[in-house]
Write a protein that binds this ligand. Structure first.
Ligand SMILES: *Cc1c(COP(=O)(O)O)cnc(C)c1O
Length: 360
């Protein structure tokens, strides 16, 4: 390990690391968008340059996820947290049901909001074991939709691929969108706050199958009605221009680096690196059950609680940022989103090894 480096290794769970080149271009655009003499954030969202940015962002989502034409793509506001309500309003029929897999805090919040809207039940839950695993979904459901949280950011658990179930799924993919290819036909809707794996906070991506909306029989308030936004090409009101632009830049970066297939390989290599050390090093314990481990967020704790503070200090000294675990798990969480290089994970592993030498 090079202890003289001042490089920061950003393991933050969210908002999170973005590619250096994206940050540079986004910073430049705030002063002057592509030599126009105008700042990105002081020009009309109806201007030609911004309309082109919005269209490119939506198109990149289509091409990178290989979306069939019947899927709509929107960049809205309110984060994934408003998405809990928006998806319930747009998909649950007045007399219908959405079943929820309760696999963490965000999944619980999604169910809570949906219950305000209509028929929403817990299908499975791993709360009794502290959300340390992903319970298998049944292959059959009587519900109209099943809602899943593909990656549980706080607990470090993740579905290992797209589940098999005989009803369309609605998925909160906030913390693993674009980390791997997705079997899109299984999903009626995917939504994701940008700030985990796509861009800065301020926008939330909705991808949905048009055939599945407009059938609820419910009077949906305009801003929460996905069809209203789609009719206005994602510009029903002033869009979050900076967040959309920066997300678009990140999507270009993803495309230029081999797309989601290559991202999956890079993410698998990073995960193998950190989990290999967690399993080898007697001073640390993995939090999640092995077969539910997240490729995006690795959660672990110190075997000896007295080691927690000194290990955090050792990380800080090595330029490792954002490694402290969420308060509901404790210990440590290494978030390894698309833009995090393998080299940063290797630095973390070296700090863990050094810690074993000095504290073991
Ligand atoms: C962070 C997060 C959320 C909340 O996102 P906001 O955009 O802050 O509302 C929801 N779901 C998951 C899986 C998350 O990681």
């Amino acid at each position: 390990m090079n202890t003289t480096t001042h490089a920061i290794h950003n393991f933050s769970a969210g908002p999170c690391i973005l590619p250096e080149s994206v940050l540079q271009q986004a910073a430049d655009a705030v002063r002057d968008l592509d030599g126009s003499g105008l700042s990105l954030i002081e020009m009309s969202h109806r201007s030609k340059p911004f309309v082109a940015i919005m269209e490119e962002a939506r198109q990149l989502v289509r091409t990178e996820l290989n979306l069939p034409d019947r899927y709509e793509v929107l960049f809205l506001q309110g984060g994934a947290s408003l998405g809990f309500l928006t998806t319930a309003m747009n998909f649950i029929p007045q007399e219908g049901i959405m079943d929820y897999a309760v696999t963490g805090t965000w999944a619980k919040n999604a169910l809570k909001e949906a219950k305000r809207v209509g028929g929403a039940h817990a299908l499975t839950s791993s709360e009794d074991t502290g959300f340390d695993r992903i319970p298998a979904l049944p292959s059959h459901s009587e519900a109209d939709f099943v809602h899943i949280t593909t990656n549980n950011t706080i607990f470090g658990t993740q579905y290992q691929g797209d589940p098999e179930i005989d009803v369309p799924m609605v998925a909160d993919m906030s913390s693993d969108i674009f980390s791997r290819p997705v079997d899109i036909e299984k999903y009626a809707c995917i939504y994701a706050g940008a700030q985990k794996n796509m861009g800065p906070a301020g926008t939330v991506l909705y991808i949905y199958d048009r055939d599945h909306i407009g059938h609820t029989g419910r009077d949906i308030p305009s801003y929460l009605d996905l069809a209203v936004h789609a009719a206005k090409d994602s510009m029903f009101n002033t869009p979050p221009v900076f967040a959309v632009y920066t997300s678009m830049l990140t999507l270009r970066w993803l495309r230029d680096n081999g797309g989601v297939a290559a991202a999956r390989e890079r993410n698998a290599a990073k995960a193998a690196c950190i989990y290999g050390e967690i399993d080898r090093n007697p001073l640390f314990n993995g939090f999640a059950e092995t077969d539910s481990r997240s490729v995006m967020n690795a959660t672990f704790t110190a075997e000896d609680e007295a080691h927690t503070a000194p290990f955090l200090a050792a990380c800080e000294a090595a330029g490792i940022n954002g490694i402290k675990g969420h308060r509901s798990v404790g210990g440590f969480r290494a978030s390894m989103y698309n833009a995090l290089p393998l080299a940063s994970v290797e630095v973390l592993v070296e700090v863990m090894r050094e810690f074993e030498r000095t504290h073991g």
